[in-house]
Design a protein around this ligand. Structure first.
Ligand code: 0RQ
Length: 505
């Protein structure tokens, strides 16, 4: 096979992952590629983990680094580095079980950020100096410019900010992805910002390649392994019902003239429920929808192929093995219809507001007044992170949060008197959906919202208990704008922690 490294100076820099990992010093701040398990470095993080393990076995002061990425990665990166306790600080999003465990036992610091804002934070210096970037690409052109991989994420920012760059050239990724990416070099910090000139999801405003000064590159490592890809579960009953409620709602909004028949650009979170919503849309009467989102999953490929979706803008893929096979087989079609941007553009608040995105994301729990917790189990334990949900929820035209009405075999109600952690406030949440029904909170006052949420979304096992809480709060003689019984508001969570269920004795 032909080499994917066409730049002569960079051919000289080819070395093993071990040699490259040796260039990362203890205490370094490292910007790595990777977003939802796509386009992350496959070899250097593991080699570094081995080095850290050997170092720590000598009893010397612990070797740890700060790991900044686009979003979640995979066992080869987060898993391996977390396993050897090699991560001091992780940001801005993760979903790795070992990493999560370290965060929740307090041995790893984690900063959970809006994904659109990470680049601005870096440019403002809030993360300190970036020492090294480790970036997966699918090829290096003759002039040293880089063909991005299956995610763009924060790669532009990391390459620009880092003193040194290590490149992984992954020949498993199809080279025919070349041309899909749109890297925009017009961003700046205030007061020098210019409008992002996107008025439609499908426009291109940037370049196909990442610029990278040749002298910054200290190592090039060749790899040949696939992205993490987990098979999709078939939508379960709850997901299908949630999807039905959302489609009924769209129909009604179209009839009322509040949504065009092509809807508005869709943003869809990852997971079982968002995928079920996409499948339902695909089997409905819709044509020529668009997506302005951060992740392309299997459901979107199907919609692009069937014509339900005409174009999709994102920053990464998250495909199952079947999805990858389909993508590679019909890559010419998908290259025309998919645009991968850096995450500060794919998730840009200005663009999400202008386009009027329909944001659909999962949640852990919502309270009766419409506040949503996307991140914390029982108020203290991190699940994944806020990801892009806040970028789209606050700025979209519609923000829809979805969850089964119960978790853990019915022992936990996803609708609670007060959320144990707030990610999306009552002001940002427009629609809440469970398999029980859909609550439309637009224009309602808090007390109206409480009844709408309890009546439409709560599971029958918890409905009476929620109504009882609400009625006693109203009768408490305290403020009637957002009635609460403060000493009881979090008692459901407390009961779960103590007894293993939110249900009363
Ligand atoms: O736990 O894995 O132990 O079974 O949470 O829950 O129902 O499978 O739903 O996979 O869609 O995840 C909010 C986490 C939902 C996700 C969240 C437990 C439940 C299960 C997963 P198990 P489900 P999902 C685009 C947008 C934030 C980021 C985001 C998320 C596990 O949607 O990370 O929106 N969102 N990004 O049992 C205790 C509750 C629970 C609960 C669920 N109330 N209490 N446990 N669980 N509800 C993507 C990016 O930004 C990159």
């Amino acid at each position: 096979t032909e080499s994917r490294i066409l730049c002569p100076q960079l051919q000289q820099k080819v070395m093993s992952a071990d040699e490259a990992a040796a260039m990362i010093p203890a205490g370094a701040t490292v910007g790595m590629s990777g977003f939802t398990g796509a386009g992350y470095p496959k070899a250097v993080p593991g080699a570094l983990a081995e080095r850290i393990k050997a170092h720590n076995a000598t009893g010397a002061a612990p070797f740890r680094i700060n790991v900044l990425t686009g979003a979640s990665t995979a066992p080869e990166l987060d898993g391996k580095l977390a396993e050897v306790d090699g991560i001091e600080l992780r940001l801005p999003f993760q979903s790795d079980p070992i990493c999560r465990d370290r965060i929740n036992t307090g041995s790893m610091n984690y900063t959970d950020l809006h994904l659109s804002e990470v680049s601005q934070y870096a440019w403002s210096g809030f993360f300190g100096k970036m020492d090294i970037a480790v970036i997966e690409v699918i090829g290096i052109r003759e002039d040293g410019s880089l063909i991005p991989s299956s995610s763009v994420g924060n790669n532009k920012t990391w390459i620009e900010q880092a003193d040194k760059v290590i490149l992984e050239v992954n020949s498993k990724q199809p080279l025919r992805m070349e041309g899909m990416h749109d890297v925009y070099y017009g961003t700046a910090l205030p007061p020098h910002r210019k409008p992002i000139m996107l008025t439609e999801a499908g426009q291109r405003i940037g370049e196909h390649y990442l610029r990278c000064p040749i002298e910054k590159v200290v190592a090039v490592v060749e790899t040949d392994s696939p992205d993490r890809n987990s098979p999709f579960k078939k939508p379960d009953d709850a997901s299908r019902k949630i999807a039905e409620h959302i489609l009924e709602f769209f129909d009604r909004e179209i009839k009322l003239g509040r949504l065009p028949k092509e809807l508005l650009p869709l943003q869809s979170g990852v997971g079982n429920i968002p995928n079920a919503v996409l499948e339902a849309l695909d089997s409905g009467p819709y044509k020529n929808l668009t997506a302005y989102t951060e992740v392309i999953q299997d459901g979107m490929l199907k919609m692009l192929k069937s014509g339900t979706l005409s174009v999709a803008s994102a920053t990464s893929f998250s495909l199952s093995p079947d999805g990858i096979a389909e993508f590679e087989e019909n890559i010419e079609l998908y290259r025309e219809k998919i645009i991968l941007r850096q995450q500060d553009i794919s998730n840009h608040p200005e663009v999400a507001r202008r386009l009027g995105v329909i944001a659909t994301n999962g949640m852990i729990e919502a309270d009766i007044y419409g506040n949503v917790n996307s991140t914390h189990v029982m108020g203290t334990r991190m699940m994944n992170g806020i990801g892009g949900s806040g970028d789209f929820a606050r700025n979209g035209y519609l923000s829809i949060f979805m969850s089964p009405s119960t978790a853990k075999d019915g022992k936990i109600s996803a609708i609670v008197p007060m959320v144990s952690h707030v990610d999306h406030t009552e002001h940002d949440v427009k629609i809440i959906v469970t398999e029980q029904g859909l609550a439309d909170l637009r224009g309602l006052s808090p007390r109206q919202r409480a009844l709408e949420v309890i009546n439409k979304c709560a599971h029958p096992d918890f409905k009476a208990q929620l109504l009882d809480y609400y009625e006693r709060a109203c009768a408490s003689g305290r403020g009637m704008h957002t009635p609460h019984l403060l000493s009881e508001a979090l008692s459901w969570h407390e009961r779960f922690e103590q007894t293993g269920t939110m249900k009363p004795e």
